[in-house]
Design a protein around this ligand. Structure first.
Ligand SMILES: [Zn+2]
Length: 450
C-alpha cells in the first residue's frame, strides 16, 4: 500500500519495532546476520495491519441486545440505557472482548469513541492489549432520551476528557493518543461544541464524532439547529485537520466541500449503516472531493461484527449500488458514480485509514521506516483457490475471512499468532464478558421495545 502500489513476493525485515526493509532490500539490510525470529508466511498475503476508523469498545457486551431498530430508537431505547448501567469492570470486560476479536482479525490500529463514564479503563485495556489506538471519552451534555447518568456539564465533560489526555496521550511508547469525542449534534450543546473546537485547536487533538448518519437524525438536527451537520460544524470551527466524522451518509455536495476545505476526514461504516437502515454513504463522492477517508465497523451492538474483512467486502459491494444516500454525488463529474475498486477498499482499511487518523507517516503501509504494524492472511484454503496471488486486492476484499489471519503484529510485537493471543486470554475474556453482562442487565433500565 505504498504510493506506487507495489505488490511483491519476498521477505520483510522488522528491527526494533520498525519495518527495516521490504523485498529485495532485506538481504542487504541483514548484511549476513541471522534474524532473531522468523515467521514463515508461505501461501499467505502479508499486509499492513488493518486500521479500524470508528468503533465503541464499550458496546461489545451489547452484541445482540439492540436488534431491529433504527438509529435514534436504537440509541434511546437500548444503547444509552445500557451505557448508563456500565460499571468500571463491565466497561473493562467489554473493551477486552472487543480487542480480542479485533486483534485476531488483523486489526492493529483503532479509533474508539469510549463512553461517558469509566473511559480510563478502556485506556488501560488498550495499553495492556498492545494495540495502537486513538480513543476519547464520549462527550454528552444534553439530548432527548439521554439518561441522567450520561450527562455532564460542558465544562465537566471537557475537563474529564483533558484529564484522560494528560494520562494517556502519547502513552505506551506513543501507541495511544486521546481524542475529544463529542457524540453527535443532538447530544451536545452549542457551548460544548465551542469548547471542543477551542481545546482541539490549542492542543492538536483529534475530534471524533458522528456526522449525518441517518435520515431521522438529519431531520432532528435540522429541527434543533436549523442547519445541516457539516454547516453547523463549519460555523463553529469544529472542522479541521483533526476532525474525524463517522458515517457521513447524508452529506450534500456543499458539505463535502466544507469538509474538504477544512482537511477533515470521514469514516465509512457500511455494515452499521445497512443494519440500522441508515443508508449507503457515497464514498466515491468523498474521494472525488479529496476528503481523507477510512473504514470502520462501528460497535458490536449495530453490526454485530468487529470485522474489517467484512467491512471491506461490504464497502466494495454497496459502492456498486445506487442507494438512497447517493444524493451527495457531485453531478456531472467524470467517474463520480464509479464503484470503488478493490484496491481503493483495501486502502480505506490501511493507508488511507491511517491518513484519516493523522497517522499516515506511522502506519498503514509496509514501507521501511514505518512502524511494524503487520497482518499475515493465509490464502492457502479452498476458498482462495486456485490463484489468490493473481489479484491480491480481490482476494482480500471478496474472498478472505477474519479466520484467515495467522499473525497480527503491532510495533514489532506479536499480539496474535496461529490462534493464540499473547496479551489477552480469550477464555477468561469471554467468561468475564458473560458475568459482567449479567450484572449490567440487572442494573439497566430498558424500555420495552414493541
Ligand atoms: Zn458510532
Amino acid at each position: 500500500m505504498d504510493a506506487a502500489g507495489t505488490v511483491l513476493r519476498g521477505d520483510l525485515l522488522v528491527r526494533d519495532g520498525v519495518i527495516a526493509a521490504v523485498g529485495p532490500a532485506v538481504s542487504g539490510a541483514l548484511a549476513g546476520a541471522t534474524p532473531e525470529a522468523e515467521f514463515d508466511a508461505s501461501g499467505a498475503l502479508v499486509i499492513p495491519g488493518l486500521v479500524h476508523g470508528h468503533l465503541h469498545l464499550c458496546q461489545t457486551l451489547f452484541r445482540g441486545l439492540a436488534e431491529q431498530s433504527d438509529l435514534l430508537r436504537w440509541l434511546r431505547d437500548r444503547i444509552w440505557p445500557l451505557e448508563a448501567a456500565h460499571s468500571a469492570s463491565s466497561v473493562a470486560a467489554s473493551a477486552r472482548l472487543g480487542l480480542a476479536e479485533l486483534i485476531a482479525g488483523g486489526v492493529t490500529c483503532i479509533n474508539d469513541m469510549g463512553t461517558v463514564r469509566h473511559t480510563e479503563v478502556i485506556g488501560a485495556a488498550l495499553e495492556a492489549s498492545g494495540i495502537r489506538a486513538v480513543f476519547g471519552k464520549a462527550l454528552m451534555d444534553q439530548g432527548e432520551g439521554v439518561p441522567g447518568a450520561l450527562l455532564d456539564s460542558a465544562r465537566a465533560a471537557i475537563d474529564e476528557a483533558l484529564a484522560l489526555a494528560k494520562r494517556f496521550h502519547g502513552a505506551a511508547a506513543g501507541r495511544l493518543s486521546v481524542s475529544l469525542a463529542p457524540r453527535f449534534i443532538l447530544s451536545c450543546s452549542d457551548a460544548l461544541w465551542r469548547e471542543v473546537s477551542a481545546e482541539a485547536a490549542s492542543r492538536g487533538l483529534i475530534v471524533h464524532t458522528h456526522i449525518a448518519e441517518s435520515p431521522g437524525e438529519a431531520h432532528e438536527v435540522r429541527a434543533a439547529v436549523a442547519t445541516t451537520a457539516a454547516r453547523y460544524f463549519a460555523a463553529r470551527a469544529v472542522l479541521g485537520t483533526g476532525f474525524v466524522g463517522a458515517h457521513g451518509v447524508w452529506l450534500d455536495p456543499h458539505e463535502l466541500s466544507l469538509l474538504q476545505d477544512a482537511d477533515a476526514a470521514l469514516v465509512h461504516c457500511p455494515g452499521s449503516n445497512l443494519k440500522l437502515g441508515s443508508g449507503i454513504a457515497h464514498v466515491r463522492a468523498w474521494r472525488a472531493a479529496g476528503i481523507r477517508c477510512g473504514l470502520g465497523s462501528d460497535g458490536a451492538a449495530c453490526n454485530n461484527r468487529l470485522d474489517s474483512f467484512h467491512e471491506m467486502s461490504l464497502a466494495a459491494l454497496v459502492s456498486r449500488m445506487r442507494g438512497p444516500g447517493t444524493a451527495a454525488a457531485p453531478a456531472g463529474e467524470n467517474g463520480s458514480d464509479a464503484p470503488l475498486t478493490t484496491r481503493e477498499v483495501v486502502a480505506l482499511a490501511t493507508c488511507d485509514g491511517a491518513r484519516a487518523l493523522g497517522m499516515g507517516d506511522v502506519t498503514g503501509s509496509l514501507e521501511a521506516g514505518k512502524q511494524a504494524d503487520i497482518a499475515v492472511v493465509d490464502a492457502s484454503g479452498p476458498h482462495h483457490a486456485p490463484d489468490p496471488a493473481r489479484d491480491p486486492y480481490a482476494t482480500l476484499v471478496h474472498a478472505a475471512r477474519t479466520s484467515d489471519v495467522r499473525l497480527t503484529m503491532v510495533a514489532g510485537r506479536v499480539l496474535y499468532r496461529d490462534g493464540a493471543w499473547t496479551t489477552l486470554d480469550p477464555r477468561a475474556v469471554q467468561a468475564d464478558g458473560r458475568a459482567e453482562l449479567a450484572g449490567l442487565l440487572r442494573r439497566a433500565t430498558l424500555v420495552e421495545v414493541a
